[in-house]
Design a protein around this ligand. Structure first.
Ligand code: EPZ
Length: 435
């Protein structure tokens, strides 16, 4: 039987200066947002990840012309001929982020049809907040067994002003509602909106398109619809989650790393936690007028200290760095505690780390206690989501012997050949494809 896995061996301390790719969780929604425009948009610093390739398939299926210049990470999207408003089940079920096409399709066509999103094992991950928002803004939502048909009431029957309170600052719901509200008539206020850096990058794009969006005090986003939105050129923000992975790779192997493009102002709490472990962090090492906090330098401590942390909506500790940080804490002396509050089932990597000798007690689906051990042991492990794959690679870098990680498609979904960047820093890691 053919085998496809990442082979990770115990590695020396990693050292290097690494360039970052664009943020996956910014580029996917920005690619969807150009559905609101007619013409050619150009996106720079686009990562070559499986999720990006999947969003390209989605856009092409709707009738857009898309060209990806892999060498320059440059994506050109022509939406002139875009003529379909249905996101097909096979596309929807491969990537949850496909749901982000709904808001733009409603804005462009006044209707959208989508299958219920598939996504990964992170719990139910419903789309109820998205649907609630669309309904509040005058959408008619017809929910079938496995799909949702959305149409719009005539303008005269839709509210001129919508005040929508998100019961949770959902990233996707904030983005979808904002994209729908950006075009047409009326004003929408989203209260308790998500304010992740990737949401703000989308706002910058929509504003460039001509949207009238104001971020107010207290996580309130006001959107005044305009008649028409224009194509754009935009450089995607650097990926704070790739940055986190590289910082942790240097930290766990007791090495060092410099990330000249990393935006320290996108990851304050995470950097504070690395400092609390004892690692030496310098920021603003590549300051530019526009971004005074650009550039992060980490030099690992030889004796990291256990810490508690709890994930939450931005600017709290990012849920997408929970699993990779747990790997670091597995070999950090003392007892650490982790609480995952964003997703209901995002500790599936615990049992895989336990296979490697990690001493983790999982109290429930959200809480775990980690007692640091001297060493982990290589094992055959399975990645359960994108960020779990990162945790297992990090653990494999310090585990005695070798680790084989299957479920490599998760790694490919979230990172652009990150194993090559780690190898350039001295990691013993390679992709194995055995027929
Ligand atoms: C985005 O997912 C990111 N994905 C996730 O990154 C990230 O973990 C998450 O935001 C939180 O930061 C993309 O941007 C493509 P949410 P999203 O809506 O929008 C519940 C990665 O590894 N919820 O903020 O799906 C939901 O179940 C991925 O890069 C509802 O109940 O996240 C979850 O518990 C993983 N109803 C919580 O809210 C809804 O209608 C946060 O979800 C929507 C969400």
């Amino acid at each position: 039987m053919s085998q496809h896995y990442l082979l990770v061996k115990q590695s020396p301390p990693l050292h290097g200066t690494v360039q970052l790719v664009g943020a996956k969780n910014a580029v996917l929604v920005i690619m969807a947002s150009v559905i609101l425009t007619n013409g050619v948009s150009v996106l720079e610093n686009v990562p070559q990840s499986a999720d990006v390739m999947h969003m390209i398939i989605l856009l092409k299926d709707l009738g857009a012309l898309v060209h990806f210049d892999h060498h320059n990470n440059k994506l050109t999207i022509d939406t002139t001929a875009l003529n379909a408003y249905e996101v097909k089940p096979d596309i929807m079920n491969k990537m949850r982020a496909s749901i982000l096409a709904v808001g733009p399709l409603l804005g462009r066509f006044g209707k959208a049809k989508v299958a219920f999103p598939g996504g990964c094992l992170l719990g139910a991950r419903p789309i109820d907040y998205h649907i609630q928002g669309f309904k509040k803004m005058g959408a008619l939502v017809d929910t079938q067994e496995t799909s949702v048909n959305i149409t719009l009431k005539p303008y005269a029957e839709r509210p001129v002003y919508t005040r929508f309170i998100l019961e949770y600052p959902s990233v996707g719901a904030t983005e979808n509602i904002m994209m729908f509200a950006a075009i047409g008539k009326g004003t929408t206020e989203i209260i308790n909106a998500a304010i992740e850096p990737e949401v703000l990058d989308l706002i910058e794009c929509l504003t460039k398109m001509g949207a009238q969006i104001t971020c107010k005090e207290g996580q309130v986003i006001e959107i005044k619809a305009v008649e028409k939105l224009q194509p754009i050129s935009h450089r995607i923000i650097p990926d704070r989650l790739e940055a986190g992975a590289l910082l942790l790779a240097a930290a766990i192997t007791k090495g060092s790393v410099h990330l000249p493009q990393a935006r320290a102002d996108h990851m304050d709490v995470f950097l504070d936690k690395l400092s609390a472990m004892g690692h030496n962090i310098k920021t603003g090492t590549n300051k530019t007028l526009q971004y005074p906090h650009q550039g992060i330098q980490l030099t690992a401590t030889q004796n990291p200290i256990a810490i508690p942390f709890k994930t939450g909506p931005y600017p709290c500790f990012p849920t997408d760095l929970q699993a990779p940080t747990m790997a670091m804490l597995c070999v950090t002396s003392g007892t650490s505690t982790i609480e995952e509050t964003v997703f209901e089932n995002r500790l599936l990597h615990v049992k895989e780390l336990q296979k490697m000798g990690a001493q983790i007690t999982q109290h429930d689906q959200q809480k775990a206690t980690i007692r640091g051990v001297e060493s982990l042991y290589g094992a055959d492990v399975i990645a359960t989501d994108i960020r779990a794959s990162c945790a297992l690679v990090l653990a494999g870098l310090v585990a005695q012997g070798q680790t084989k990680m299957t479920g490599i498609h998760h790694w490919r979904r979230g990172y652009e050949k990150l194993e090559e960047k780690l190898a350039a820093m001295g990691a013993l890691i390679e992709e194995i494809i055995q027929q």
